[in-house]
Design a protein around this ligand. Structure first.
Ligand code: HEM
Length: 159
């Protein structure tokens, strides 16, 4: 992919991630800032509560994005049959997009209420996202070929 096309691709993904985060945040700001005991009386309660049409939708779409983000990257990376389908770094960028935006939607699904047993899965997801960010930092330190695979010692020497 050419440099300008790549910038466009990353910009597009970043744009969607930002729009989703900002739009979801703005739409629910008033509800999320309302105290727990007053929420049932809030006009947006029925739609934004975790089981409401919008709140539940956030959870479902966010989870599907995470599942798709992991499945697509892992399958492309491991299946020889797919080695000709796009470049691995582009799949990784798509993985990062889906696995960053998905958890943000899941966060809106929780309505910022972190208690009980379900909170364990939320904080586990947060830990995975943070480890992904650290992993991304380490990933770029490893020398790779044009297809995104790690170079071995012989390839490095040749380079
Ligand atoms: C819920 C969120 C996430 C989940 C469940 C997740 C899951 C995974 C999994 C299972 C892999 C291994 C793929 C494989 O080798 O088959 C992986 C790789 C990776 N992920 Fe994520 N990830 C998440 C979020 C993120 C985020 C937010 C980033 C970066 C900002 C990230 C960056 C990476 C990197 C750099 C790799 C290593 C790629 C490689 O060595 O080929 N991940 N992730």
């Amino acid at each position: 992919m050419q440099r300008s096309a790549h910038t466009l691709y990353v910009g597009f993904l970043l744009g969607i991630a930002l729009i989703t985060t900002i739009a979801g945040g703005l739409y629910g700001t008033d509800y999320y800032l309302t105290g727990m005991t007053d929420r049932p009386f809030h006009p947006q309660y029925d739609e934004l509560k975790p089981t409401g049409v919008v709140g539940h939708g956030y959870g479902i779409v966010g989870s599907l994005m995470i599942i798709a983000g992991v499945a697509m990257y892992s399958t492309r990376k491991r299946m020889r049959l797919l080695s000709g389908v796009g470049k691995l770094p582009l799949f990784l960028e798509f993985h990062i997009f889906l696995c960053l935006t998905g958890p943000i939607l899941v966060l809106y699904h929780t309505t910022f209420k972190f208690g009980g047993l379900v909170a364990v899965s939320f904080w586990s997801m947060t830990a995975i996202v943070l480890s992904g960010i650290v992993g991304r930092y380490l990933y770029v330190q490893i020398p790779r070929g044009i297809q995104g695979h790690e170079l071995n010692a012989a390839e490095l020497a040749r380079e």
